[in-house]
Design a binder for this molecule. Structure first.
Ligand SMILES: C[S@@+](CC[C@H](N)C(=O)[O-])C[C@H]1O[C@@H](n2cnc3c(N)ncnc32)[C@H](O)[C@@H]1O
Length: 222
């Protein structure tokens, strides 16, 4: 089963764990590959909608893995097995993922791999409330589209406003696709500001421009 680069990247972070919960599994490709490759002993393919649940069940059955992958129709992490130690939540909006995390009892999880389609900031902001901290971050391109992955584990860390917006590890390491993305937005916002008659009437734009500049300067200033 071929996985996209995006899903391959999520998958590599679960190698060595015991029972994976793939939340919003859709086709169940991720738990199937995780078990077939021996990354985890067993897995759960979880989706809250009927259509994806049916497809997930059919794919797990075809792969002859119904004894090692439980297919469940459930909301977020509400119905994970007691021995679940790792979860992937990918391909959803940041606010949906934030809600899933906030509504769940996460005590048993040793790692959560998060790939949000937008609003990573909302997720980083809520990490402190759920007692998780960021252990890795990535920005990468898959078919010319840029994605981010945030890997979190139990722990506490206080993030600044800028760290919530851009990611503490991204800021420290300034990876290639991260700076590319920031520079692109900065060029765009600067053009918009330069074309305004009175930019002082748009403090949000000016603040964003300042934040983007600070994000690129992070290495030199801290
Ligand atoms: C775009 S698909 C992503 C599939 C796969 N995880 C990926 O990254 O390619 C999003 C899936 O999440 C499911 N979903 C959305 N909200 C959910 C929730 N609260 N709990 C479980 N599944 C959810 C949707 O039904 C859909 O199948």
């Amino acid at each position: 089963m071929r996985l996209s680069k995006r899903l391959e990247i999520c998958l590599k972070y679960v190698d060595g764990f015991h029972n994976l919960a793939d939340i919003g599994t859709d086709h169940a490709k991720v738990p199937i590959e995780a078990v077939l490759r021996g990354y985890v002993m067993k897995a759960q393919a979880i989706d809250n909608k009927h259509g994806p649940y049916v497809i997930a069940y059919s794919n797990v059955k075809k792969a002859e893995l119904l004894d090692r992958i439980q297919v469940k129709r459930a909301d977020g992490l509400s119905d994970i097995s007691n021995d679940t130690d790792v979860a992937i939540i990918s391909g959803m909006g940041g606010l949906t993922i934030q809600k899933i995390l906030q509504d769940s009892d996460l005590k048993q999880l040793k790692r959560i791999v998060i790939q949000a389609n937008d609003n990573e900031e909302a997720i980083r902001k809520s990490l402190q409330n759920i007692n998780f901290k960021i252990v890795d971050e990535l920005v990468f391109a898959d078919k010319e589209k840029l994605y981010g992955v945030i890997v979190v584990e139990p722990g506490n860390e206080r993030l600044s406003t800028l760290e919530c917006a851009f990611g503490p590890i991204n800021l420290r390491q300034q990876p290639y696709y991260f700076t590319k993305k920031i520079k692109k937005e900065l060029d765009y916002i600067t053009t918009v500001i330069d074309n305004l008659t009175d930019a002082t009437k748009h403090p949000d734009l000016l603040q964003r421009q300042q934040d983007l500049k600070e994000a690129l300067m992070w290495k030199e200033t801290t």
